[in-house]
Design a protein around this ligand. Sequence first.
Ligand code: SAM
Length: 360
Amino acid sequence: MLMRYWGRKPSKLINEVMSGISGTVIDPFGGAGSIALVSLNLGNKAIYLDINPYAWLVAFVNIVSIDAKEFKEKSDEVLENLSFVRKRKLRNDYLYYANGKPFWKKRNAERISDFFSKNNFTKLYSILKTIDKIEASPEVKIALYAAFCDSLFKSSKMKRKGAGSWGVPSYWIPREHNEINAIEAFRTSITRFYSYFKTNKGYKLGEDVKLLFRNALTFQYDKDVILFTDPPFFDEVQYTELSFFYWAWLRESEFTDVVERFTGQRLYFNSRDEIIVNPNRGKGYETYLKKLEKFFSKTRRVRSKYLLFHYDNESLKQKVIILAKEKWKDISVNEFELGNQRNIGPKGSKKYILIYSSRE
Ligand SMILES: C[S@@+](CC[C@H](N)C(=O)[O-])C[C@H]1O[C@@H](n2cnc3c(N)ncnc32)[C@H](O)[C@@H]1O
């Protein structure tokens, strides 16, 4: 995978479970696209859904075929034509919801702009605006926006010495930060992207894989697809809230226009439909379980269903099993503990269940 996202990616487990599957695999909580990618690599077709526009971008570069040579040429063009933009702050980038409550994972910063030195802010804004002006195929243009996002964490005050990625899923500026020059960060991202596109031929959008910006709870599922998914678990990783770090930048660019012209889909920031526990957004435990219940109900006619569930709490696990049994009827449940996965957040549980149901 080229770009990471929060949450866990038990690719080995997904690979093992999926090895006997053939057909079209749908993952309605697609995230970085790891499930879609594994299923494509095993020769299946894939349908990906997510309501987070940043997740869509991450999945796009992880999965879709992108011309490496063109990407290299256009990224060099960006670096050679950087035009200075006088701008100090991003608009409406405060870490508060519309109801006035702070982001659930807000620690010691007020707005996204606070994460960047004046110098890096200007450089980043210039890169973004230069990408807007570059003429390239839509795939390459989208990949350039993704490379820009890839360089944001490294050039922000969240970056600590020795740590390359956003390990602690919160908005937090450590006392000792060690951000790097934004142009160098972008250059590093470009090099990494180029070598990924060169070695991974990728898949054709529309033919091999569909990347849909859609709500898993309102989608009409075909009964003949194979459902394989890893839904959001509880409150630990606030996907859309954390993605706002990228979205606050992307929405100042032409990114959404490029995507709309290319795919016909208009991406927007949609935290309302997110299934998550977040008391500051009025999303409690009960709402979370109700939405999961709706999901089980929506998908009950799909013949073959696999649901991975990450948990750190026995009672939550039991509740999910009860919901699955109620809606999917015949289920089997396997328990896993993953050895070499990265911990997420302070709880850092490595426990999963795999719920399987088949109506053959
Ligand atoms: C646990 S993550 C999936 C991680 C993914 N398996 C991976 O490897 O990256 C859950 C995803 O569900 C998405 N999500 C939450 N509510 C959703 C909804 N109602 N419809 C579609 N996607 C949703 C979140 O944006 C998040 O990307």
